[in-house]
Design a protein around this ligand. Sequence first.
Ligand SMILES: [Zn+2]
Length: 207
Amino acid sequence: MRIIDISMPIHLGMPVYNNREEKKPKFTITRNFENDSGVRETKIELDLHTGTHMDAPLHMIKEGQDSSFFRAEDMIAPCRVLDLTNVEDGIIKEDLVKHGIKQGDFVILKTRNSFAEDFEPDFVYVKESGAKYLVSIGVTGVGIDSLGIERSQPDHVTHRLLLGNGIHILEGLRLKDVEEGNYTLVAVPLSIRDVEASPVRALLLKE
Ligand SMILES: [Zn+2]
């Protein structure tokens, strides 16, 4: 079995949304070998939307469900990686239709984003018509290789459509070396209570 890590490593120089300073992780070494009892311990300060993470409805919907929304059975599950590297701007219904997505699929959208090492302000995202199509089919989740599943759409309509219909959103994937096809997804968020997102270590398994 092949295991492909599709997570973004968390480190000081990692790309973050809009290159915002407050989105960058901070590491504080709280104990070290020189000053303490011969151990090293590190504290991390991490925006929950930095790196590979999953959004809960509460991210975009005031009365939406918090991290209790995350269903492990949907994240250790068969998934389909779709090659959308030809899409220039945003993913629309027509880009998705030809892939024969079925109800219950967890779809992973590979785009040109995976080939950029730095944050790109014009990253490829899922447009409203693409989100409506995915809702109409009834996928269980959508993963994408951008730090946000949308940009510059009024009222965050893509997030609202997906999250409002119980569809998981997995953001910040790295898919450069992944080919289109069927895999098993393992992408379980940390169990953090009462929050609107959580970091995820995402893997693809191939028999
Ligand atoms: Zn997010």
